[in-house]
Design a protein around this ligand. Sequence first.
Ligand SMILES: C[S+](C)CC[C@H](N)C(=O)O
Ligand SMILES: N[C@@H](CCS)C(=O)O
Ligand SMILES: [Zn+2]
Length: 311
Amino acid sequence: MGQPAAETSSFMTDFLLKSGGVAIIDGGLATELERYGADLNDPLWSAKCLLTSPHLIRAVHLDYLEAGADIIITASYQATIQGFEAKGFSSDESESLLRKSVEIAFAASIGSYGAYLADGSEYSGNYGHAITLENLKDFHRRRVQILAESGADLIAFETIPNKVEAQAYVELLEEEDIKIPAWLSFNSKDGVNVVSGDSLFDCASIAESCKNVVAVGINCTPPRFIHGLILSIKKVTTKPILIYPNSGESYDGKRKEWVQNTGISDKDFVSYVNKWCEIGAALVGGCCRTTPNTIRAIYRTLSSRSPALSS
Ligand SMILES: C[S+](C)CC[C@H](N)C(=O)O
Ligand SMILES: N[C@@H](CCS)C(=O)O
Ligand SMILES: [Zn+2]
């Protein structure tokens, strides 16, 4: 088991100091690609743009930087070697495409096995008994290696739906002696457990046990659940807590569509942000269906916090 370098363990605390205590993560990537006209109805979902329209990925990353984001998450959420090979690319070509996502941005996204299934399974976390810890490690291993050596600053394990996949990630970080830091971010649909029904306490404890993990939190979850989830995570972790909720809308995985009028406005989203930071969130941004306007509003609300709150 490799010892993480000293700079890995202080990576996030140093970064948070430079960002004034709270860092801003970007917003929904796929959401914005669609707004620019990309058709993501494809097994590769947002990763399809690595093939067809990298200029759009660049444009969305720039929009988020301009809106005030400190951390930009790559288009590799659903970029898997297995997924590219299913399209007819060779393994070398698939690995190049994965690296390309990081030429464009900095926190290398790894979506779950459920994302690869491309049927919204990252919102159920139900992989069946046939999928074991070892299967999941084998599935993710090469992608983790490539992204860790791609020049990314951090690996963002996002939208983790269950405990076994969290365990697979931390074991991979150790087995592969990964030299860059990582965060683990779970999703919930009841405000108590992660989406599979596994205990958030157990999942966050797995993240806590890994030295390479520099932050733990929640993404792609309705804003109304976040307050309680932060309080639960705080019981387990001393690491910085990250929060990047979705707009609160529901996703229909079969139709691959968001259900209209089920979410909240940017104004309502942002009304929660100071409270999340007061109770312990150190990194805040948005996930699906949030936009540069959401991030701009987060930036403004955090900039206007009183010094007492930001200390
Ligand atoms: C976070 S969900 C909206 C991701 C979408 C899914 N993996 C798909 O392929 O449609
Ligand atoms: N980083 C991904 C997360 C999907 S849950 C995106 O914003 O599209
Ligand atoms: Zn999301």
